[in-house]
Design a protein. Structure first.
Length: 427
C-alpha cells in the first residue's frame, strides 16, 4: 500500500463512495468486525464509558461542555465530532487536542488493509478511524457525535453507556422523515435498553413518550427529571440534575457562552454515566468553553462579526436571540444546502437583518443556488443581493460596513468555514 498524506487520503475518500450519505450499519459493522479480528489491540468498547450524542441542534456544544468538565476533573477523554472547519484533524481529539496527521493516516491504512470489497462513505471511514485511534489510548471516556439521525448512523455500531438526544426539529427530511416524531424515532435509535437516555428536547412531538418507552432505556428528561433554576441576577443559573441518590445541585453556572440547555445536558449526562463531579470545578470549567462557529464573536477589520452554523429554522430562532441589538446596520452573509428550509430560516431571523448577502457554496452538488436564495429573500420583503462566492460576500459586507455596524454569518458549516479561513489568514 503506497504511503499517502492525509490530504491525499481525504481526496480519495471523498471520491470513492458513490453516495455522500448512505445510511445503514451493515457495511461499517463488517469492517469494524474485521478490524477487531485482525488487530488484537482493538476492543469493541474502545473506552470504559461511551457517551453518544444525537440531536438536530446542540450536539457539538453538549460535547464541548462535557469535554471541559471531564478535563477539569482529570479524566482522560477522546471525542469525535463533525464536520470540521479548517482542518480535518479537528474531528478527532484526545484531551482536547486534535490528533496528528500521522495518527489519522495510520488509522486509514489499517481500515484499508481489511476493507476488501466493502465500500465505505467518507463519514464511515472517519468514524472507524476515530475508533481505531481511541483504542490506542487508555481513555476513561469517549464522546461520540452522531453524523446524521442516529439509528442508522455509523456511530451506532458502538453501544453507548449513555445516549443523549439534545433536540428534535425538522432537518434532513429526505433521510430522516417528514415529521418531528419520525425524526425523533431515528435519533432515539442510539439508546440501549436499561441504559441512561438523556433527553434535552423541551417541546417533544405527539407520540414521543411512546417512542421513548419502546426503547426500554432509562430515560431522564429535561423539565421533568432535571432542570435549570435561574438566579435573581440572570447572569448565572443552578443546574438541578438527577443522580442515583436523587437531585444534586450545581450552582453558579454562567448563562453566557454555550446555551444553558447544553451545559445542563452535559452535567446530567456525566452524572448518569456514574461520574462524581465537583460543583465548583463544573462551574469554573464551563466559564471558558468556546465552540468554533457556534455563537462565535470576532472582530475583523474593526467590524464585529458573529458566526453561527445555524442551518434550520430552530437554530435560526436561537441565533436571532443572540444577535446584539445595535443602532447600526446588521449585514448577513448566508448560504445553505438545497435540502434546507431557507424560507423557514429567513422567517425566523429576517427581521433582525438589514441586508442579506447570499452566495452558492462552492464545490458541493447539494448547494442551493444563489438566485434561489435571493428570490426567497425578496419574497420575504427583505433587502439582499447575491455574490459570486461566500468569500466575496463576506468581503463585500466588510467593505460596506461602517462604524457601529455588524455582520452575522450563518447557514452552514461550509459558510462559516469559508469566512473563518479569511479571518485566519489575516490574523
Amino acid at each position: 500500500m503506497p504511503n499517502r498524506s492525509l490530504s491525499e487520503w481525504l481526496t480519495i475518500l471523498e471520491a470513492r463512495h458513490p453516495s455522500e450519505i448512505d445510511l445503514g450499519l451493515d457495511r461499517v459493522s463488517e469492517v469494524w468486525c474485521r478490524l477487531n479480528a485482525k488487530r488484537e489491540t482493538i476492543s469493541s468498547k474502545v473506552a470504559p464509558i461511551i457517551v453518544t450524542v444525537a440531536g438536530t441542534n446542540g450536539k457539538g456544544s453538549c460535547i464541548a461542555a462535557m469535554q471541559a468538565i471531564l478535563l477539569a476533573h482529570d479524566y482522560s477523554v477522546g471525542d469525535f465530532t463533525s464536520p470540521h472547519f479548517l482542518e480535518y484533524n479537528e474531528r478527532i481529539s484526545i484531551a482536547g487536542v486534535s490528533v496528528s496527521d500521522e495518527s489519522i493516516v495510520d488509522a486509514f491504512a489499517a481500515i484499508e488493509s481489511v476493507r476488501g470489497e466493502v465500500s465505505l462513505t467518507y463519514f464511515e471511514f472517519n468514524t472507524l478511524a476515530a475508533l481505531v485511534i481511541f483504542d490506542q489510548y487508555e481513555l476513561d471516556i469517549v464522546l461520540l457525535e452522531v453524523g446524521l439521525g442516529g439509528r442508522l448512523d455509523a456511530i451506532n455500531i458502538i453501544d453507548p453507556d449513555v445516549a443523549v438526544v439534545t433536540s428534535i426539529d425538522l432537518d434532513h427530511q429526505d433521510w430522516l422523515g417528514d415529521t418531528r416524531v419520525e425524526i425523533a424515532a431515528e435519533k432515539l435509535g442510539i439508546s440501549r435498553a436499561k441504559k441512561p437516555l438523556i433527553i434535552g428536547e423541551q417541546n417533544p412531538p405527539d407520540g414521543f413518550d411512546e417512542l421513548v418507552l419502546k426503547t426500554g432505556a432509562a430515560a431522564v428528561m429535561i423539565g421533568r427529571d432535571f432542570s435549570i433554576i435561574n438566579t435573581t441576577t440572570g447572569s448565572h443559573f443552578t443546574a438541578m440534575v438527577q443522580g442515583s441518590g436523587g437531585l444534586s445541585s450545581f450552582p453558579d453556572i454562567e448563562v453566557s457562552g454555550l446555551l444553558p440547555q447544553n451545559k445542563i445536558l452535559a452535567i446530567q449526562s456525566l452524572i448518569s454515566a456514574g461520574l462524581e463531579l465537583n460543583p465548583e470545578k463544573v462551574a469554573e470549567s464551563l466559564k471558558s468553553v468556546l465552540l468554533v462557529g457556534r455563537q462565535q464573536s470576532l472582530i475583523f477589520n474593526g467590524v464585529n462579526v458573529l458566526l453561527d452554523v445555524a442551518h434550520n429554522p430552530a437554530a435560526a430562532a436561537i441565533l436571532k436571540q443572540n444577535i446584539p441589538i445595535i443602532k447600526g446596520k446588521t449585514y448577513a452573509v448566508a448560504s445553505v444546502l438545497a435540502d434546507k428550509d431557507w424560507a423557514g430560516i429567513i422567517s425566523q431571523i429576517g427581521d433582525r437583518l438589514d441586508v442579506i448577502l447570499v452566495a452558492k457554496i462552492s464545490d458541493n452538488p447539494r448547494a442551493s443556488s444563489a438566485q434561489s436564495m435571493l428570490d426567497m429573500v425578496y419574497t420575504a420583503g427583505l433587502k439582499g443581493y447575491h455574490c459570486d462566492s461566500i468569500e466575496d460576500a463576506f468581503l463585500k459586507a466588510v467593505a460596506e460596513a461602517s462604524a457601529g455596524d455588524q455582520i452575522v454569518v450563518f447557514g452552514s458549516f461550509h459558510t462559516v468555514s469559508s469566512v473563518l479561513k479569511i479571518i485566519s489568514k489575516e490574523a
